[in-house]
Write a protein that binds this ligand. Structure first.
Ligand code: EPU
Length: 419
């Protein structure tokens, strides 16, 4: 397993081209099953989760072109299988997103039931409830989920008890191919939902309100070939803004958008960063002190759970104590013991971490268990004294395109050691 060896101490300054959002690319690729025709995508991030999704689509019978410079052509016309094996679902939970489009297109699908993962139990009940509401039957058998809708799906009102990004994608894709109208209430409002809706609209669905609490969908079966450009990855952009904040640098995140940052913008500013728009995106810099700020992760536009670990690294060097509460996933603190190994002063209690700023972090060997936790350790390495070795770089490959290149071009001293 490859490692990153980082020598801390250089300010992170320069420009970073932000890739397309992984968490929009994955549902959009799954949604391409619905249309059964050619699809042409731009700004597709070249990350391993996207490659896993392309492998999954190929396995189902799709014709997948080469992903180059963010461009990808594919056709799901040849998809004939509607079963997704445990091996792929285990590797990538977002595989579950193919369930709704397969049921919509074939009237039935079978998928392995995802287990827990490094950040929490992550149930799929809300996805299945949405499909039931639209007329599907759901049955469980030895680790597999069978979903059937032989007469097709029928429009309905789906009210989520709590907003879920994945379940909103599932409901949206299923409703887009159901007979009649659907209303999806208390849905997730993340920008990636609006992007999936834009793609479904390009394929022929009629959707209103994506990005708000209530989405209205007019189903269709008259799908057409579509072109779509995936929106920029707000978490990637914010991660590099944190790098500038940590090291007292200045970064332009090309493609970054203020409206995608939600509460993160205000909280990064409260921590001491200046953030302002540029011709090409956003600029973030820090010239003064780093301040402690309390944060609770929430659904969009609240502070994103996908930025919690990176923000915690920032707070490790701030001038007081900050309380970071995780409101979305119960176990998303796996980076805490690793940051402690680097000298951070963090006390964990249930879903809250109290971070007391220390004057410096020390480089050492660290290991993480998920994508964002790994990024928090890389960020810590950028500012730590001496050498930091981050193990299990494959976690980063899942969601950060060309991370080493982007960091190096902004002055970081980082080397990938292949093993
Ligand atoms: N939940 C349920 N039942 C469900 C679905 C979700 O109880 O059927 C709960 C979850 O356990 C969690 C909450 O609802 O407590 C929200 O989870 P959500 O469904 O919104 O998360 P997700 O769709 O599984 C996506 C992203 C995650 C990101 C979360 C929250 C993708 C592929 N993944 O996951 O991204 O953290 O939304 O914003 O879009 C990452 O990129 O590192 C990542 C983990």
């Amino acid at each position: 397993m490859d490692t990153f060896v980082i020598h801390g101490g250089s300010p992170f300054s320069g420009s970073v081209q932000i890739a397309g959002a992984k968490n929009a690319a994955l549902p959009i690729l799954a949604a391409s099953i619905l249309g059964g025709g050619p699809v042409s995508l731009a700004n597709v991030p070249e990350v391993s989760d996207v490659r896993s999704m392309l492998e999954l689509l190929s396995g189902l019978g799709a014709e997948v072109g080469e992903l180059r410079n963010g461009r990808l052509a594919l056709s799901t016309q040849g998809v004939t299988r509607s079963e997704t094996a445990y091996d792929i679902v285990r590797r990538m939970r977002a595989s579950f997103l193919v369930l709704a489009p397969l049921v919509a297109r074939f009237g039935q699908a079978r998928i392995s039931r995802p287990g827990g993962c490094a950040i929490g139990t992550r149930p799929v009940d809300l996805h299945l409830e949405a499909l039931r509401k639209l007329g599907a039957d759901v049955a469980f058998e030895a680790g597999e989920i069978d979903v059937t809708a032989p007469q097709g799906l029928t429009g309905a009102r789906i009210v989520f008890p709590t907003p879920s990004v994945g379940a909103t994608h599932t409901a949206l894709m299923a409703a887009a191919s159901a007979k009649g109208e659907s209303e999806i209430v208390n849905c997730a409002r993340e920008p990636e939902i609006a992007d999936t809706a834009a793609f479904l609209s390009a394929m022929g669905a009629t959707i209103e309100g994506a990005g708000t609490h209530k989405i209205l969908v007019q189903g269709t079966n008259a799908w057409r070939p579509a072109r779509h450009t995936i929106l920029p990855d707000r978490i990637e952009a914010a991660s590099y803004m944190v790098a500038a904040g940590l090291t007292g640098g200045r970064v332009e995140v090309i493609g970054g958008r203020l409206e995608h940052l939600g509460a993160a913008c205000h909280l990064l500013e409260a921590a001491g960063l200046s953030i302002f728009p540029s011709d090409r995106g956003l600029i973030a810099e820090r010239t003064g002190a780093l301040h402690s700020v309390d944060v609770t992760t929430e659904a969009f536009p609240g502070f994103p759970t996908d930025l919690q670990a990176q923000f915690m690294t920032l707070m490790c060097l701030a001038d007081g104590a900050s309380v970071i509460r995780e409101g979305i996933f119960e176990q998303r603190f796996m980076h805490v013991p690793e940051l402690q190994r680097m000298g951070a002063d963090i006390t964990l209690s249930g879903s809250a971490a109290t971070v007391r700023g220390v004057p410096r972090l020390q480089g050492t060997q660290v290991m993480a268990t998920d994508l964002r936790a790994s990024m928090s350790l890389v960020l810590a390495g950028l500012v730590a004294e001496g050498e930091t070795v981050v193990h299990r770089v494959y976690h980063l490959d899942r969601g950060y395109e060309d991370i080493q290149g982007k960091l190096t071009r902004c002055g970081a001293r980082i080397e990938r050691v292949r093993q």
